[in-house]
Every structure is written in C-alpha cells, then in structure tokens.
Write a protein that binds this ligand. Structure first.
Ligand code: ADE
Ligand code: ZN
Length: 322
C-alpha cells in the first residue's frame, strides 16, 4: 500500500468553510440572495487578506438559514472529504451560525447535522465528530451562551470546544470562563493561536485556556522555548499549510515551519481549514508536503498516528477508524 492510501484523519475543518462554492451559490439562487463580492469570475470565493476572508466567510454562511440547510451542507462537505481518503473528521460548528446561541435552536441544528453524519458514515465510510466553536471577534460575552450550548450537548458526538475568528482581537484569557465551562462538561479543548497572534498568543492558549491542541500554532517557531514546551507537554498542532500560504500567514510552502517544528519534536497534524476557500484538499496538502519537504511513507504514517492519538473521540471510535 502506498502512503497515499493511508486513511486520513482531519482534525481542523470549519463546517461552513468547507462549503463547496456551487452549494452556496445554489442555495443563494433558491432564496434569491445577492452574493455580490463573495465569488470571483471563476466562481471561487473571493478575498485578498484575512479580514476580507472573514467577511466573505460570514456572507456565504448567512445563506445557510435552517437545520435542513446544515443537513445538506454536511452531506456535501463529507462527500468531498471522503473523496480524498478522509475516514474521520472533526469539524468546527458554531451555535453563533446555527440558531444564534439559542439552546433549543442549536439542538435542532445539531440533530440535522448528526442525521447527515450518520448517513455519510453508512454510505461513504466517513465519521464526523463536532467541536463547538465560539468566534473570537464576537467577543467574550457572546462566547458564554455558546459554551453553554456546548456543555448541554457534550457527549459521544460533540467532543470538543474551540475558538476561531480574528485572533488579533483581545486575549485568549478573555475567554477563560467559557473554556472552563466546557472543560467541566467533559469537552476537550482547542483554540486558534499562533496563526496571526504570535508566540504570545500560543502561550496564552496553553496557560490561560489550558488547551491540549492548538489550531495552527505555526508562529511558535519564533520562540524556541515555546517549541520545546509544546514538544515536552505533547501539545498537538493542527497545522493547515495550504491555508497559511493562501492567507499570507507564510509566504510559501517552502517557508512553512511545519517540518522544522516536527524535527524539533512538536506533534504536528495536517488539515485543510476551509478547503474550497484555499483551493486545497487533503490530497493536495500531502502532495505539497512530499514535494516541498520530501516527506514519504514514514512521515505520513507518523502523521496518521499523531492525528489518531490526538482525536477527541472516544476509544471505541478511535479503534474503529484505526
Ligand atoms: N475561521 C475559519 N477559518 C479560520 C482561520 N483560518 N482562522 C481563524 N478563524 C477561522
Ligand atoms: Zn481554522
């Protein structure tokens, strides 16, 4: 078996960020929603920098208005991932977008997403688990009802709590109340850190939020004491190289620090983040790593094992997908 056939485990995928552009356009047409500025002439998502990316992301997401839209979205997303050999995915799902933080509405959205996930598991052999996500630039007060939604629905399927959004706003510690609430409900924790906020933001994530995984974390490379801390404490990075290049967080694949972080002992995994936005797939990420750093079977097997070990699912699920 070639390493290209190793079943892939993806730990960092935004549910709406994985929406195929044709799916969003189709829904917008059904509803007569104007999406001027969201797509370029070729029908791809249109953005120049991270701030624009967040705006376009939220404009596209606004087309999704009901639990049934999320059921359809989930099927479209999982079908795309399964095509690239992904057998297990954790996706970020936000009650901010699914019911506006209302617990009753959130339960309805969750029910629809789970129905689709069950169908995908039966028909495509891909398993989905959810990480409930608050949005950093919506502020710490908005995060509290989101954490409550997470705590109330924690279980075998909602396995984690996390934070995405604009990392340059405020500090990780501003959200400690919400992360504490989620931890006490038994959820595992991750936050976006060190994509834009520097090594400082990663220190805050591990010290103030006590996360066990970090979304991106690539700016750790600027602080070798932090790199050693991450390695020693086995904090896993959800690295998304194609995303980092597309958004300009690093200038090129060649300049990406993933190989250096791994060589210094940090446990790295690889994901796509928002694949159609960044014109990437898990296949493309692996191909670029092979081409750029000469990674082969040994590295990709190690990656698969690290991803499996770091997955937030229960042991039975892990044994089943291993
Ligand atoms: N939400 C979706 N993609 C994101 C990213 N790359 N960084 C922060 N928040 C996000
Ligand atoms: Zn992300």
């Amino acid at each position: 078996m070639s390493w290209k056939d190793i079943p892939k485990v993806e730990l960092h995928l935004h549910h709406e960020g994985a929406a195929p552009p044709a799916f969003i356009r189709g829904l917008a047409q059904e509803r007569d929603v104007n999406l001027t500025g969201v797509f370029d002439d070729n029908g791809n998502y249109l953005f120049g920098d991270f701030a624009q990316f967040l705006r376009v992301y939220e404009a596209a997401t606004a087309v999704l208005k009901s639990p049934d839209d999320y059921r359809r979205l989930t099927l479209a997303v999982l079908e795309e991932s399964a095509k690239h050999g992904v057998v297990y995915t954790e996706s970020f799902i936000s009650p901010d977008f699914c019911g506006g933080g209302d617990l009753g509405a959130w339960r309805e959205y969750l029910h629809a997403i789970r129905e689709a996930a069950d169908e995908a598991e039966r028909t495509m052999g891909i398993t989905l688990r959810g990480i409930v996500t608050c949005i950093r630039h919506f502020g710490p007060d908005r995060a509290k009802p989101i954490a409550l939604c997470a705590a109330e629905t924690a279980g075998d399927w909602i396995v984690g709590f996390g934070m995405g959004g604009d990392e340059t706003m405020g500090a990780q510690g501003d959200f400690a109340y919400s992360f504490d609430l989620a931890r006490e409900a038994g959820l595992r924790l991750t936050t976006h850190a060190g994509e834009w906020g520097g090594a400082k933001s990663i220190w805050q994530a591990v010290r103030d939020l006590k996360v066990e995984r970090v979304g991106h974390g690539i700016q750790a490379i600027d602080d070798l004491a932090l790199v050693d801390y991450l390695a020693e404490h086995e904090i896993v990075l959800e690295v998304c190289p194609g995303s980092n290049v597309a958004l300009g967080a690093v200038p090129s694949f060649k300049a990406h620090p993933i190989a250096k972080l791994r060589e210094r002992g940090v446990r790295v995994t690889v994901s796509t983040d928002d694949p159609p936005f960044f014109r990437t797939t898990m296949t493309r990420e692996f191909d670029e790593l092979e081409r750029t750093f000469g990674w082969g079977e040994a590295e990709f097997r190690e990656l698969a094992q690290t991803s499996l070990d770091a997955a937030f699912c229960d042991a039975d699920t892990r044994d089943r997908i291993a």
